[in-house]
Ligand binder design. Sequence first.
Ligand SMILES: O=C(O)C1=C[C@@H](OP(=O)(O)O)[C@@H](O)[C@H](O)C1
Ligand SMILES: C=C(OP(=O)(O)O)C(=O)O
Length: 445
Amino acid sequence: MSHSNPPSPRRFTSAGPLTGRIAVPGDKSVSHRSLMLGALAVGETRVTGLLEGEDVLATATAMRAMGATITRDDDGTWSIHGVGVGSLLQPEQALDMGNSGTSTRLLMGLVASHPIRAVFTGDASLSKRPMERVIEPLSQMGANFEASPGGTLPLMLRGISPAVPLTYRLPVASAQVKSAILLAGLNTAGITTVIEPVPTRDHSERMLRGFGAKLEVGEENGERVIALHGEADLQPQAIAVPGDPSSAAFFAVAALLVPGSDLLIENVGLNPTRAALFDVLRDMGGRIDELDRREVGGEPVADLRVRHSPLTGVEVDPAVAPAMIDEFPILFVAAALAQGKTTTRDLEELRVKESDRLAAMAAALTLAGARVEEYGDGLVIEGTGGDPLPGTADATAIATHLDHRIAMSMAVAGLASRNGVEVDDVSPIATSFPTFERLLAEAGA
Ligand SMILES: O=C(O)C1=C[C@@H](OP(=O)(O)O)[C@@H](O)[C@H](O)C1
Ligand SMILES: C=C(OP(=O)(O)O)C(=O)O
C-alpha cells in the first residue's frame, strides 16, 4: 500500500492514434463513499463498478478494521454489511491510508464522533499533506488529536460520543473537509451545518441522501449551506459507480493531441461539480461530443467521443477550478501543445496534493521541452501550436513524487512527443487507475 517497492520507470513514446472504445474504471470519490456509507448502513449494500485502486482498497481495509464485512463476488460486485451509525469498532491496528488523502480525511470525520481511538498512517507523500484543515473543525466537535508536528500523519484521533454539532464555514474549497464534517455529523445529535463559499464536488450530499439521511442544501448570500440532521439511520443501497471523469481526462487529452485519434470513452461521470475540464478543452477547440446522456447511480453520465483537434490556449477562469481540481496536470499537457498561451491562477491548493503539482508539472514539462513559467498560484504555458514536444533525453526521467496524476499526465505528454518521455515511477498509477497502461495499449497508443 505504501509504495516501499522499488520504483518502476517507464518510457512513453508516440505510437498510433487512439481509436475504438474504452471504459475507464469507477469514480474514486464515489467508490470511497460507497464503502464508508455502506459500512454505516445496517444490512447489505451492493456496489458495481467500484474502483479497485489502492486508495479505495485502503478505505475497504479500514472499514473492515472498524467492523464492516466487505467482500467481492467473482463477477466484480462488492458487498458491504454495515454496522450502523454509532457502532464502528475501535481498530486494533493503525489504519494505513497509503497515498490517499480522501480516505484519511473522510475517515477522520467518521471516527471523530464515535467513542473509539484510531491511529492514521500513510506513505511519504500523504505524510506531508496538511491535516489541520480537518483537525480544527473536528476538534470543535469534541474529538481529540495527537498529530505529528505541522498537523501531519501519523496521528492519533480519539473520537467522542456524543459529539457537538457544528456550523462551519469552509476556509478552503475542499470536498474532503466538507465531507469529514458531514460524516462526523451522522452520529451527532442535532444539525451539523457546512457553509461552502465556493461549491465543491457534491457526491457526499447526493449519496447521504441516497442512503436516507436527512440533508438540506440551500443558498444564503451566494454561499451553499448544507445541513445534516444527526443520529441518522442509513438504509443499505444498490450502487452503480459511474466511470471516473478524472481518469477519462487522460484519454480525452491523449486523443485530442495524437493525430488521427477518434476514441469513444464509455460511461463517464459528468457531475457538474467534476466536469469542468471537458468544457475548458472544448473552449480550446477540442472536439468532445457527449453521446447518450443518462443517469447512473444518481449521477449524470455520457459516452464521450473525442477526436484529434488543434487546440488554442485559454485563460482558465479560477471560478471553475474546484470542478476540475485534479485535472490541472493533464490540462497543462494539453496547453503545452496548444497554439498560444494558457494562463491559470488561484491554484494554491495544487501545492498540497499528492505532490506540489504546480512545481512538479512545471519541472516535468520543462524537462520534456515545453515553455512553462511557474507563479505562486498557477502556471503560464506557451504551447507549441500542435508540434510534438521534444521529449526527455535518454538519461533523464520525470520526477513523479509518488503522484499518480503526474505520472499519467507525463505518459500522455510522451505520446505527443518526438523522442518519448521517461517517467521515473509508474507504480503510483495503481492508486487511482490500475488499468491505465492496459487501456492505452487497447486504444492503440
Ligand atoms: O472529496 C473527494 O473525494 C476529493 C476531493 C478533492 O480534494 P480536496 O477536498 O482536498 O480539494 C480531490 O482533489 C480528491 O481527489 C478527491
Ligand atoms: C488529490 C487526489 O486524491 P487524494 O486527495 O484522495 O489523495 C487525487 O486523486 O488527485
